[in-house]
Design a protein around this ligand. Structure first.
Ligand code: NAP
Ligand code: G4F
Length: 347
């Protein structure tokens, strides 16, 4: 039987690496699009390089020609567009670049599919809970029908991609889907996202570090799931008989402060919080002594913030016939164990 072929943009990222592993385990041939950078950015996929079905190709979401030639070369059955400037905070500093890559990147792929007449190729767009924006009156959790009011250049760029995916589905009959994913984390999460900042810091702390962690808004609430569950659902979305859009979430929401509390509980660290707003601080209790470990730094505040995100994954879990394997406790354990192991090795 002919092996299925997949093309993944963002293959060097958190989701790209887990999705590659999953597809290779299902006997796919995987083409991964890498962009040219001046540093080594392949740590997350290094272990896959020996596999003959795993092929890396250079390209860039800002460069139509490269995308067209990679699609022509690979003739994929499935395209997963996971590539993006994916940091919400930084999108305020580089809004034009974010729009170019995170917004127009999807259009370039869809146009190449249309131009090359790839009617049977399925397309997955990495949409996001950032589309929903601020907490809306009377709304406790967001689903596929909720109002979308993005609050950052990143969110606006993703809204463009979300809609252009729907438009190409309706206008040209392409099998094009949106996975509207809420935050998902893992030991491979980028080191500047808040959960990974926290787990790396606490892992170093219990190994003796004297550093202090500086964070922004501790009150923000996010619906945090595990990237392994969510990448499996990305694949499932493209295995359906009809193209559709799905919210992927856990249905639970936790503040940044409570994520830290959960980590400390796992590590059996006693933590207390004092002060409010920019003056809030966290201390570790050591007998009668208290050691300062966390301070707020205004530089991590965003010009606009989304305070509350909670998704309703009912449609996805039912239609895709899936039960999440990880809860928040499992996620915290997985991230902390992995960071502790990594830092122990380098000591
Ligand atoms: P990530 O770890 O930040 O990975 C982003 C990937 O995009 C990296 O491989 C990066 O390459 C690549 N990329 C950046 N600019 C590019 C360009 N100009 N051309 C081609 N590739 C480029 O993100 P992730 O957490 O895996 O998320 C995957 C996707 O889901 C992203 O689109 C993100 O916006 C979206 N999403 C994520 C979450 C979440 O909570 N993780 C939730 C909803 C949606 P380098 O390695 O070279 O930087
Ligand atoms: O970890 P974050 O940077 O994730 P954010 O902004 O929710 O975006 C992530 O999830 C989206 C899905 O909703 C994705 F689409 C997107 O690509 C990305 O993966 O921040 C989470 C919360 C925010 O409210 C932020 O203000 O944590 C708050 N925060 C507090 N201190 C911090 C920090 N965020 C970061 N990155 N760094 C801090 O020091």
């Amino acid at each position: 039987m002919k092996k299925k072929i997949a093309l993944i943009t963002g293959v060097t990222g958190q989701d790209g690496s887990y999705l590659s592993e999953l597809l290779l385990s299902k006997n796919y041939v995987v083409y991964g699009l890498c962009r040219r950078v001046s540093y080594f950015n392949r740590n997350r996929i290094e272990h896959l390089r020996g596999n003959k079905r795993f092929k890396l190709v250079y390209g860039d979401l800002s460069d139509y020609t490269s995308l067209e030639s990679i699609i022509k070369l690979s003739r994929p059955d499935e395209i997963y567009n996971l590539g993006a400037q994916s940091h919400v905070g930084h999108s305020f500093e580089i809004p034009e670049y974010t729009s170019e890559v995170t917004g127009l990147g999807s259009l370039r792929i869809l146009e190449a599919m249309r131009f090359l007449g790839l009617k049977k190729t399925k397309f997955y767009q990495a949409s996001t809970s950032e589309l929903f924006g601020e907490k809306q009156k009377g709304i406790n959790s967001f689903n596929e029908k909720s109002l979308m009011v993005p609050k950052s250049p990143y969110g606006v760029s993703k809204l463009y991609s979300y809609w252009i995916t729907k438009v190409y589905r309706e206008a040209y009959g392409l099998f094009a889907c949106n996975g509207i994913l809420f935050n998902h984390e893992s030991p491979r999460r980028g080191e500047t996202f808040v959960t990974r900042k926290i787990t790396m810091f606490l892992a170093k702390k219990i190994l003796g570090s004297k550093d202090i962690l500086y964070l922004g808004n501790l009150n923000a609430k996010r619906d945090w799931g595990h990237a392994k569950d969510y990448t499996e659902l990305q694949w499932k979305i493209l295995q359906q008989s009809r193209a559709d859009d799905y919210v992927i979430a856990t249905g639970k929401t936790t503040s940044v402060r409570d994520f830290i509390n959960e980590c400390c509980k796992y590590l059996k660290i006693k933590i207390i919080w004092q002060g409010k707003g920019v003056n809030e601080k966290a201390y570790i209790l050591n007998g009668k002594k208290k050691d300062l470990i966390i301070k707020v730094d205004k530089k991590y505040y965003r010009p606009l913030e989304i305070d509350y995100l909670r998704g309703n994954p009912q449609k996805a879990l039912k239609k895709l016939n899936y039960k999440l394997k990880y809860n928040l406790k499992d996620l915290v354990k997985d991230m902390l164990d992995s960071d502790i192991k990594r830092f122990k090795k380098s000591m």
